[in-house]
Design a protein around this ligand. Structure first.
Ligand code: M6R
Length: 368
């Protein structure tokens, strides 16, 4: 049933091109307009939404952090991301014009369920992004967008994460279409970019050797840091979470711009630091993260750099380069996360851990 793989996790990592393709399937009508049939909230109501709050736990919350950048950019609706376990304990400001988006692979996570119940009591509209048909969270929501990742068996979420990002992007584009903040052509061009992602992810998967070798080199490490900025920041958080839960290594993800406000004090000779470099573009993002990379390298860090394949500027500062295909900034998390998943999976394997069932963890956390 593991299809020849040693772990469900590894199998699920390789299923990501298909999972993303399936999640994108059938989202157009005959006129090329984006349709999300499962979103049973009227266009009228969607036009009245003045705030979005994404609630989720763990990896799903990082998908939410990625989505926030895209949703605000496309829709101009303020969007917050909150850990489900914190949401109802802070007396959140929600009402009938708030759209609460609950992201949950399993659809059974108690913290997320309690949060949406609280949101509905305050008359917010609740939309679930879920991978499990008929689970409790979508049943208790006003609407649902299903990710079509197929069953995710491994405790560590992989294809769940990528498809959550895709589903949230579909939601963002749909809201932009309904509200007129982004128009036909622009939506079509973003959809075309998304449609190219399964092949791009597959090409990342074809070249996993450097990552596997890296895991062997880093098997004895006790601390690993991850840096990213903009949508690369949640990728850093996700890379760190994977290492914690699978390899039981102390790992931290930082927003690269925060380095100088504290974490740079941690850097010492030989410390492994992964850096997610944004694609080169019109904004300054790429250069900013490049200078963060230089700063940690100058202080002795051993750097693993995830960057566009032809990004020569990073080469002098990369002990190891993990090349990524060219995509726009918002789509890079769909590629940059994949080597980090594989790295954690391989490292945990080398350490002799049960990758699919890490200690102290359960696939769905049904207690608060
Ligand atoms: O089923 P959910 O998406 O609600 O689960 C949320 C988290 O418990 C989950 O993503 C957890 O962080 C994973 N083990 C991460 O790999």
């Amino acid at each position: 049933e593991k299809g020849g793989f040693d772990w469900f996790m590894r199998k699920e990592i390789y299923e990501q091109p298909k999972a993303v393709a399936d999640t994108l399937l059938g989202r157009h009508d005959e006129n090329g307009r984006l349709t999300l049939d499962e979103v049973r909230i009227s266009e009228e109501e969607l036009r009245r939404i003045d705030k979005i709050i994404i609630i989720a736990c763990g990896t799903a919350s990082y998908a939410g952090l990625v989505a926030k950048y895209a949703i605000e950019h496309w829709t101009r609706i303020p969007c917050e991301v909150e850990l489900a376990s914190e949401f109802r304990y802070r007396d959140p400001i929600v009402g009938p014009t708030t759209l609460v988006v609950a992201i949950s692979q399993s659809g059974e996570t108690a913290d997320t369920l309690m949060a949406i119940r609280h949101a509905r009591e305050q008359r917010a509209r609740v939309l679930a992004v879920c991978n499990t048909n008929g689970a409790t969270i979508p049943r208790e929501s006003d609407a649902v967008i299903y990710t079509h990742a197929g069953p995710e068996i491994s405790v560590a979420s992989t294809k769940g994460f990528l498809t959550q990002i895709v589903a949230c992007y579909l939601l963002g584009l749909y809201l932009a279409q309904v509200r007129g903040t982004k128009f036909g052509d622009e939506i079509a061009s973003t959809m075309a970019e998304l449609a190219a992602m399964p092949d791009a992810i597959a090409s990342v998967l074809e070249d996993m050797d450097p990552v596997l070798k890296l895991a062997a080199d880093f098997a004895e490490e006790r601390v690993v840091l991850f840096l990213g900025r903009h949508v690369g920041y949640p990728v850093a958080l996700e890379g760190a979470l994977k290492l914690k839960e699978l390899a039981y290594i102390h790992a931290e993800g930082f927003a690269a711009g925060e380095l100088k406000h504290g974490p740079i004090a941690l850097i010492e000779d030989g410390l492994p630091v992964f850096v997610v470099i944004p694609p080169r573009g019109r904004d300054m993002l790429h250069d900013k993260v490049l200078s963060n990379l230089q700063e940690v390298r100058a202080r002795g860090a051993r750097t693993v750099v995830l960057a566009e394949a032809d990004d020569d500027e990073v080469l002098p500062y990369a002990d190891v380069l993990v090349p990524l295909p060219k995509v726009s900034t918002l789509l890079q998390p769909l590629l940059a996360t994949v080597p980090l998943q594989m790295f954690a999976c391989e490292l945990a394997t080398l350490k002799g851990h049960d990758v699919d069932q890490p200690r102290n963890l359960a696939k769905s956390v049904t207690v608060e």
